[in-house]
Design a protein around this ligand. Structure first.
Ligand code: ATP
Ligand code: MG
Length: 850
């Protein structure tokens, strides 16, 4: 095991072989009923209901690779990124979990086996930490964990007792328990040099990489610890840190998992990674933030002034700012590099590549305009001992400098920032403007919206092309002008539907100005118009406002289709189906809903058919506004947690669906055209996601399918003809060996895809030669039978005989066989036990060599 991909897969396989069920990663956005964190910060989060006994887990043992983001809120690691060798904001967490099944002893045994035998880490460099106890809670030191670590072979002086860091709790009350971490000593050259430097020290010498949490208590106010109904295990092993240790490189950013990204930063900027501390930090920040922003946007977060959107904005801006320091000014291109690096494991990156680039680019351009001016301002303050609250405030409001960025830059030159005063000023400012935040566009737009003119009238339900007038206007902001229209046909993003695009034509001219953003303020809106920095529009200017129909029409078709899908899901699956989120765009629709298991092929077909039937019935889509109580009486679907006014808009598809909705819809379901479900997948425990296309996109999809089918058919015919020709000798497909190093020997024990006994022997020869000195045991299934081969180097054969290994493992797969000390073969007729046979071989070899 060496690469990041091998670690990711090897961990899951290891625990799968030990009875764990693979569960896919949850989105970075926590489930709606878990407001405890802004983003998912650990693998256990999606399993909370299982620990609390609120829901039945899909299995008592599960394994996962979870995307996590520790940025914003109390869990932030953002400021550590670039400063240490081991911190990312976005990272992948491997985890094995037990819900009332195994506990401390087995968790320690498996962890130890995995890190020493599969990752091949040197046991003499490993340390463990355990909970030291807490008299307040009546807790003793964790003797069971201490004994377990001693039993696997860690000497007492490498077991460290820690307090707060080794007691895990999700909140002030609730499930909790002591935890125990594994550290690797990377040597004094990575450390702070202090005498008392040990695991738990902030420096980079001892790297924590695997944390085992023993969740066994419920923390009640008091505080008082009450045992939970069951004892559970929750663990986390960071992929990046694991790879760093596996590969023996200096930092997580030097692993193969970052290779393409780091190379790109180097070539795009022309500045080397090692060219001084500023460059090194900038490279790391860009690599990390490039991943963070891509995954965030792929999971539906876009820059804004609040909550998750604000963190997304901060991450992009911080990347832009660090990019600037090494002359890299196309941060938006990072998205496609990240997709290239990680798109194999995370297809969402490829799927949303265009969207990621577009969103980052917009934010980057907007920020760059102000950054240059702000930077100059900040440089002028360089001579001062400190930056005052007023100065920081000015930087934030006029130049869009987030306070965190000001702090970071100031800290680098040893300047303090009066953050308290800054916050005071910000608070006052918020009260005055009621808009808040640091973005000039939003602030200016809010001022225009609140300028005393009546709200812009949205006429986009009926019309997409209107003659109207500008009623309020701001000065050019960068290359744009912000204007409020008397009547606007442009839909402002809301209810899952994206904003309209379109343009304005100044009356009496043929000058076309693109509308690039529609900003919503309650019932009012302001549009951002690209004018190239000229003040083209003024109060009273007559304009023609036109929505881009080519985008609006498919958006409407997708929105109405979303309502049909929602109703169809409830009809086919049951009333427990609740909408958990949706995205309605011109090119496709996405619908998230609560449902405990994957759809069966039959259910999926039934749902697709039902929606298409409703399309072919050409049902009129009616909308009306009514008091909310009326709507409730009519049984209109309302979204849980959504705030509605006293008057609501109802969208009705007669006899089939009735929903509260402010979106734009087609007039008849017939306009939707074909409806095709592209895919259906899990988005965490208890929630599913459907993506679908309609209208032109659906036709294009079906058409593409039928062409593929034609191509496949002719390939098949070709293949049939080939097959009739005499057979060439069997060829081994490319298989990569999985290597675990035991006492200097490369141990390769694995299953390989189906092949005959002789081909298997050939492959084992190749592995043995390539990885000498090696002990190779391979298994393969072929037509309901199993082939096994053990192939050892002479040195290995002196310590353990291949013949003996095969003699012992062949009966597990219901067969027999044997051979020489260096080579032995067997067959069997029990393919489903192959995993067990290989596990046994691994044990035998480890025992003999270890
Ligand atoms: P540290 O103290 O080093 O920040 P932690 O105690 O916050 O780590 P845990 O919350 O126990 O870490 O997370 C479990 C595992 O996730 C860690 O053992 C580590 O492998 C990984 N991990 C945690 N934080 C980060 C990070 N910022 N970047 C990369 N990996 C991380
Ligand atoms: Mg931490």
């Amino acid at each position: 095991m060496r690469t990041t991909a091998e670690l990711r897969e090897g961990f899951q396989r290891f625990f799968e072989e030990r009875g764990h069920l693979r569960v896919p990663s949850h989105s970075l956005i926590p489930p709606a009923d878990d407001p405890s964190t802004l983003f998912i910060v650990a693998g256990m989060q999606q399993f909370k209901p299982y620990f609390l006994g609120l829901r039945e887990p899909p299995g008592k043992r599960v394994v996962s690779v979870q995307k996590v983001l520790r940025a914003g809120g109390k869990d932030t690691d953002l400021e550590d990124v670039g400063r240490t060798d081991r911190h990312c904001s976005f990272f992948e967490m491997l985890g094995n979990f037990s819900f009332g099944d195994y506990f401390k002893d087995e968790a320690v045994d498996m962890a130890w086996e995995f890190v020493t035998q599969h990752m091949g880490l040197d046991p003499s460099l490993l340390w463990a930490t355990v909970h030291e106890g807490n008299p307040l809670l009546g807790l003793d030191e964790d003797r069971v964990a201490i004994e377990a670590w001693k039993r696997v072979g860690i000497p007492a002086d490498r077991i460290v007792r820690l307090g707060k860091d080794n007691f895990w709790q999700a909140a002030d009350t609730g499930p909790c328990g002591p935890c125990s971490e594994i550290f690797l000593d990377r040597g004094p050259e990575h450390g702070c040099g202090r005498d008392d430097c040990r695991p738990g020290c902030e420096c980079d010498r001892y790297m924590e990489f695997y944390n085992l949490v023993f969740m066994e208590y419920d923390l009640r106010p008091g505080p008082e610890l009450v045992p939970l109904p069951s004892q559970n295990v929750d663990t986390g092993l960071g992929v990046e840190r694991g790879s760093c240790l596996l590969q023996g490189v200096g930092s997580v950013f030097d692993t193969d998992g970052f290779r393409l990204i780091m190379d790109w930063v180097e070539s795009e900027s022309g500045v080397g990674y090692g060219d001084g501390p500023v460059a090194t930090k900038a490279h790391r920040v860009l690599a990390d933030h490039g991943r963070a922003m891509s995954f965030l946007i792929a999971d539906g977060v876009t820059p804004s002034n609040e909550g998750r959107g604000y963190i997304c904005r901060r991450i992009i801006r911080r990347a832009v700012q660090h990019g600037q320091r090494i002359g890299l000014d196309r941060v938006y291109r990072l998205g496609s590099v990240v997709a290239e690096q990680m798109g194999g494991a995370y297809p969402e990156l490829k799927e949303h590549a265009a969207e990621i680039e577009r969103v980052v680019r917009l934010e980057e351009e907007r920020f760059r305009e102000t950054l240059a001016r702000g930077q100059k301002e900040l440089d002028e303050l360089a001579g001062n001992a400190a930056i005052s609250g007023e100065e920081a405030f000015e930087l934030a409001t006029t130049y869009g400098f987030p306070i965190e960025l000001t702090q970071e830059l100031a800290e680098e030159r040893g300047q303090a920032v009066d953050v308290d005063r800054f916050r005071e000023l910000m608070e006052e400012h918020r009260e005055i403007s009621r808009a808040g935040g640091e973005s000039t566009t939003e602030q200016l737009a809010a001022e225009i919206a609140g300028a005393g003119t009546p709200a812009s009238e949205f006429v986009g339900y009926e019309r997409t092309d209107v003659l109207t007038a500008v009623v309020a206007v701001g000065p050019p902001a960068g290359s744009r002008q912000l204007v409020k229209l008397e009547q606007s046909p442009f839909y402002a993003a809301g209810g899952g539907q994206v904003s309209d695009s379109g343009y304005l034509v100044v009356d009496g001219t043929d000058r076309k100005l693109d509308v690039v953003e529609v900003l919503k303020f309650g019932d009012d809106q302001v549009v951002a118009v690209e004018t190239g920095g000229e003040a083209v529009l003024e109060e009273g200017t007559r304009v023609r406002a036109v929505v881009e129909w080519a985008a609006r029409f498919p958006t409407m078709a997708n929105h109405t289709a979303t309502h049909l899908l929602h109703a169809a899901l409830r009809q086919v699956l049951g009333d427990h189906v609740k909408q958990a989120g949706s995205a309605v765009r011109p090119d496709k629709l996405r619908f998230d809903f609560s449902h405990p298991q994957p759809l069966t092929p039959e259910e999926r077909e039934q749902i697709e058919r039902l929606v298409n039937e409703k399309v072919f019935e050409a049902i009129p889509v009616r909308t009306f506004v009514t008091p909310i109580d009326e709507a409730r009486k009519l049984g209109a679907m309302m979204l849980f947690g959504e705030k509605y006014g006293s008057e609501v808009r109802v969208v009705e598809i007669d006899g089939f669906s009735r929903e509260l909705c402010g979106g734009t819809h087609v007039r008849s379901t017939a306009e939707i055209g074909p409806f095709v479900i592209l895919n259906e997948a899990s988005v965490g425990s208890g929630a599913r996601r459907i993506e679908a296309v309609t209208a032109g996109e659906a036709w294009a999809f079906l058409h593409g399918r039928s062409r593929e089918l034609d191509a496949t058919r002719s390939e098949l015919e070709l293949a049939r003809r080939e097959a009739k020709k005499p057979r060439r000798p069997e060829q081994a497909a490319d298989v990569e060996p999985e290597v675990a190093v035991v006492d200097g020997t490369n141990v390769i024990v694995m299953e390989v895809p189906s092949r005959g006994a002789d081909a298997l022997l050939d492959l084992s020869d190749r592995f043995k030669q390539r990885s000498a000195p090696a002990a190779v045991v391979l298994g393969s299934r072929e037509n309901g039978t199993v082939h096994l081969v053990a192939n050892f180097d002479d040195g290995v054969a002196k310590r353990i005989s291949a013949g003996d290994v095969v003699k012992e493992i062949a009966p597990i797969v219901g067969g027999g066989g044997g051979g020489r000390p260096t080579m032995a073969r067997a067959g069997g007729k029990n393919p489903e036990r192959l995993g067990d046979a290989l596990a046994r071989a691994r044990e035998l070899i480890a025992a003999a060599l270890g």
